[in-house]
Design a protein around this ligand. Structure first.
Ligand code: ADP
Ligand code: MG
Length: 724
């Protein structure tokens, strides 16, 4: 089918399509977590003793003895078989943002030609998927060593139903035979441990006893676009790169803001219900959904959970979102910037730390004592963002997210912290020494929970900040919609661990010198503010004035592209940060830089090839066809009309020629192969290939506005954004 007919056909198909009918399962309490082997299911399936052991492992990460693992494995298998499962799979998260799985059967043939099912503790605990094609950043030679997956009992196993049957999915880590992390889960678990250890140290100094294991929590708000599959199928750029590489802006974009929080289109509502029912079965607490700013854009936010489980659930949510959208005739776009000129998609990562006994340490609480702990943890975050802003920028770096950051719809590429007016003035009073005098008298009631209360209203929040305090948590807003939340969570937990250790050392010294607890806290925070207060910013993050002040007066870094951002992984301070906290060894960190840099280069090179292909084989031929018809029409005209038509023929021809000249430049640029380093290669992509792609696009988009509509081969923005 030619591009032309498929575009027109798409509109007819979509207009005549009836929404998919979905079975409505029973009430929420009947479907909630029915496919999850969670603690409740384990309690039912296991003896008291075994359950106690596994519960301890789940809640504190304590090791499980092999005999008990055998019992758990057998119970897990029996439970899964009642759900129609024949296969199991260790599911893991390689250094790319994807989710990987390898399926194995439970079945073992016996000598009399029959078959039994078997699943032992050792099969549960360790898998050997090999997975030698996953990028590993030189950590293992493919011919020398295999990769292993190992069960992560702190994230529950579950049954995944697909049209091809049901599979028991076992959340796992992925490592080399020497135990080096090849995935996104191992560092997350380690970072949580480092944070816990440092937090214990500070809380003990604050006089807490019986603290319990501390955990980080995450609630991720996911933005996405839905485009009808008929349009998507006629747009190779959407299918292959997840974004439109061409497309003139429509007469109507998002300027009316009439989509934001508007009525959800009927077809999308049916999709959301179907999708959320699947999430509920898997124990993923979907909480809110609504339209987003751009036409065709939506958001879903689950309730927050322990960071490790939230990260697994986030990956599962993305997988299910794409597959369910497909069942409803949509392509779900998780790309950060599918359409130029309208908002892109982000993933706000809401993050806090705490536990049942300590509560949320980023919540100011109601007693003076709670206030002090809160100020310390909040101060630790401020120090972390100041010291490690470039690292935070690096963990969200990707070719796709570069289109969004700093584009006046998403946070700027300068990492600053927004505290809100009231809290900011508390920290400034600390810095100016105003609180130290008061503190010397002993426990000081700052009444923080009172004064911060009214700032929790979302209306008051500063949407232009990449890193904002939102009442009882921090919200990292610069994370991209397609990214795994693990990278950001690892960076945040690790910098918090490092800052808490710094604070603990200072407190230890002050307290050893006989300073009272409150005064010691205020003293360390005063020093912290002296050194790091510069990172706090409450104004308009989009303004050019801030961009100037941030860099010239505050000494913060503006890091526009991933090519500039990723080398942060090689900075001495970052290597030391991860090494000292035990989160990533220098070799593991170096491998991450290599993998992310390679991903960046590959995605830009793939896009350049697509640009050349689409411009040459679709846009240029359509334009020539139009010129042809104009020329034959002109031969039937005379006088003024001829002149007019000659002018427009000339305008179109020169635009088409200019486009092909840019295509030739781009083609030549792609053929450059020798780069002295991977950094130079990334820079070449950012500074040479990206601008050339835009050059081709500007001519193509100009042509889209003058070539007759019925000859244009690619579905247009107004169709993809408004027809569903
Ligand atoms: P908004 O759009 O105003 O930022 P949403 O309600 O859409 O708010 O999303 C807020 C997200 O933050 C939800 O996922 C929510 O569960 C999560 N969240 C709330 N409190 C915490 C917390 N203490 N720690 C981590 N995440 C939290
Ligand atoms: Mg938010």
């Amino acid at each position: 089918m030619s591009g032309l007919t498929s575009r027109k056909n798409a509109i007819i198909e979509i207009t005549n399509r009836a929404p998919k009918v979905c079975e409505m399962p029973g009430p929420l309490n009947k479907i909630w977590a029915t496919d999850v082997f969670n603690l409740a299911a384990m309690e039912e399936a296991l003896s008291k003793n075994t359950f106690k052991a596994i519960k301890k492992t789940v809640q504190t990460g304590a090791p499980l003895d092999p005999a008990k693992a055998d019992v758990v494995a057998a119970a897990m298998k029996d439970w899964a078989i009642t759900k129609g499962v024949k296969f199991f799979s260790h599911i893991f998260y390689p250094m790319t943002n994807i989710t990987a799985e390898k399926h194995d059967g439970f079945i073992i043939p016996n000598s009399d030609g029959g078959a039994i099912t078997e699943f032992t503790g050792s099969l549960l605990i360790k898998g050997e998927p090999d997975g030698s094609s996953f990028p590993n950043g030189s950590l293992r030679m493919t011919n020398a060593a295999r990769g292993y997956t190992a069960w992560d009992p702190t994230s529950p196993a579950y049954v995944m139903h697909t049209a091809n049957g049901a599979t028991l999915m076992i959340p796992s880590v992925f490592m080399s035979w020497t135990g080096e992390a090849l995935d996104k889960k191992i560092p997350l678990l380690r970072s949580n441990k480092a944070m816990d250890k440092a937090a214990q140290r500070v809380l003990s100094l604050m006089g807490e006893t019986d603290i319990g294991t501390l955990n980080s929590s995450c609630g991720a708000e996911q933005e996405y676009f839905l485009v009808d599959e008929h349009f998507a199928n006629a747009r190779p750029d959407l299918l292959l790169s997840g974004r439109t590489l061409f497309g003139a802006p429509p007469a109507k974009g998002q300027q009316f803001d009439d989509h934001y929080f508007g009525v959800i289109p009927a077809r999308v509502q049916v999709f959301m219900q179907d999708f959320e029912n699947k999430l509920y079965r898997l124990g993923i607490p979907a909480k809110t959904h609504h339209n987003e700013v751009a036409p065709g854009q939506f958001e879903i936010a689950p309730y927050y959970e322990a960071a490790n489980v939230a990260a697994d659930h986030q990956q599962l949510l993305m997988t299910l979102m794409k597959s369910t959208a497909k069942e409803h005739g949509f392509l779900c776009l998780l790309h950060e910037k599918p359409f130029a000129g309208v908002n892109g998609s982000g993933k706000h990562v809401n993050w806090s730390v705490g536990n049942a006994t300590q509560g949320n340490l980023l919540d100011p609480g109601s007693t003076p004592h709670d206030n002090l702990n809160f100020l310390l943890f909040c101060g630790a975050v401020i120090r972390g963002v100041h010291l490690h802003g470039p690292l935070l920028r690096a963990v969200i770096a990707s070719a796709a997210n570069d289109h969004r950051l700093g584009a006046n719809e998403a946070p700027p590429a300068i990492l600053s912290v927004y505290l809100g007016h009231q809290l900011e003035s508390v920290f400034h009073d600390i810095k100016d020494g105003k609180l130290l005098e008061k503190a010397k008298g002993g426990l000081m009631d700052l009444g923080l929970s009172q004064i911060l209360k009214f700032e929790r209203d979302p209306g008051d929040r500063n949407r232009t900040s990449p890193f904002a305090f939102t009442g009882n948590r921090f919200e990292f807003r610069a994370v991209g919609s397609s990214q795994s939340v693990s990278g950001p969570l690892v960076a945040m937990n690790t910098m918090l661990a490092d800052s808490l250790n710094w604070i603990a050392e200072k407190l230890e010294v002050s307290m050893a010198n006989g300073e009272d607890k409150t005064a010691a806290v205020i003293t360390v925070l005063q020093e912290l503010m002296e050194l790091h207060g510069n990172v706090i910013f409450g104004g308009d993050g989009y303004s050019s004035e801030w961009h100037r002040i941030a860099v010239e007066e505050r000494g913060l870094k503006n890091i526009p592209t991933s090519a500039d951002a990723l080398p942060a992984f090689k900075e001495e301070s970052v290597v030391e940060l991860f090494k000292s906290t035990g989160v990533l060894s220098p070799a593991e960190l170096a491998s991450r830089f290599e993998v992310y840099a390679e991903q960046y280069i590959l995605s830009i090179e793939m896009e350049t090839n697509l640009v050349v292909d689409l411009a040459s084989t679709r846009i240029y031929p359509a334009t020539v066809g139009y010129l042809d018809s104009l020329a034959s029409a002109a031969s039937n005209l005379n006088g003024l009309d001829i002149e007019m038509s000659h002018n427009s023929i000339q305008e179109i021809a020169s635009e088409a020629n200019a486009m092909m000249a840019s295509v030739r430049k781009l083609k030549k640029a792609i053929s450059v192969e020798d780069f002295a380093s991977i950094e130079k290669h990334m820079n070449y992509c950012a500074k040479t290939l990206c601008p050339l792609m835009l050059e081709v696009r500007s001519h193509a988009d100009a042509l889209e506005c003058i070539v007759a509509d019925d000859l244009w081969p690619l579905p247009k923005y107004q169709e993809m954004l408004f027809i569903r």
